[in-house]
Design a protein around this ligand. Structure first.
Ligand SMILES: [Zn+2]
Length: 250
């Protein structure tokens, strides 16, 4: 049983650049060689790998490296981004499925669910699920919230749409998640919300090792930073928070 889940985004390499990547996603993009180092460090460790958004680096870098290190991952896809510049197309996603990886949804359009009306939110959750199921021929029971934004309403709607597991961007250790539980019909299963730790461009190997070892000071720092971000988002709202984020990065 894995104890934590890591959240990756884009991976760049000689085959795939980050030139089409939105500026706000760049702090989360890592190189292929960094990803290989991470896999080497994580070898045999109880860590679930997850990926958000649909970057084409999943196909060019993650797919061969995961095979080399014999790991299975979950790829959270936003259907409206599929086949657009810099993102995986349907064939590339099918290759991930064929290799035994899991696919979950990451909204239909990547809009933040709490900003939408109830009907829009239902559509984001239900349509993305059915498109992925139809086009990839798999059962989709996992979801990761776009931008990590969710509340009680979004959880209720996800449950109604038939999801088993919702992954957030909130730090913590996994409760019950096991990748082998996915894809099976378990109609009475309660919806389970699972935390994830974001991997960033500046994530160092020592930090990653400390995370897995459970180094108290490192985990404490993660929780404090998360708490500060939560307070800022509450004070400024989603738009204001992103405005501040862009300002600080410019
Ligand atoms: Zn995303």
């Amino acid at each position: 049983m894995n104890t934590i889940a890591l959240m990756y985004h884009g991976i760049f390499s000689a085959h795939h650049s980050v030139s089409n990547m939105p500026a706000e996603d760049l702090p989360y993009a890592i190189s292929e060689s960094t990803f290989a180092e991470h896999l080497s460090l994580l070898n045999g460790k109880p860590v679930q790998l997850t990926f958000d958004d649909g970057d084409a680096g999943w196909y060019y870098s993650a797919l061969p490296l995961l095979k080399e290190f014999q790991r299975k991952a979950i790829f959270f896809v936003t259907p409206e981004l599929i086949g657009t510049p810099g993102y995986c197309d349907w064939e590339q996603l099918r290759a991930l499925v064929l290799a035994g990886h899991q696919v979950g949804t990451h909204g239909l359009t990547h809009r933040f669910l709490p900003d939408l009306t109830e009907q829009q939110c239902v559509d984001e959750l239900a349509i993305s699920k059915s498109i992925l199921e139809d086009r990839l021929g798999v059962k989709v029971t996992t979801l990761s919230f776009p931008g990590g934004r969710f509340g009680r309403r979004e959880v209720q709607l996800a449950k109604r749409a038939g999801y088993q597991f919702c992954f957030t961007s909130e730090p913590g250790r996994l409760k019950t998640f096991d990748i082998d539980m996915l894809g099976h019909d378990e109609p009475n299963q309660a919806l389970i919300i699972e935390p994830r730790i974001a991997v960033r461009a500046d994530t160092g190997n020592d930090w990653l090792a400390g995370l897995i070892e459970g180094r108290t000071t490192l985990w404490g720092r993660i929780y404090v930073v998360h708490w500060i971000k939560l307070v800022l988002k509450k004070l400024l709202g989603n738009q204001g928070y992103h405005g501040l984020y862009r300002l600080l990065r410019s």
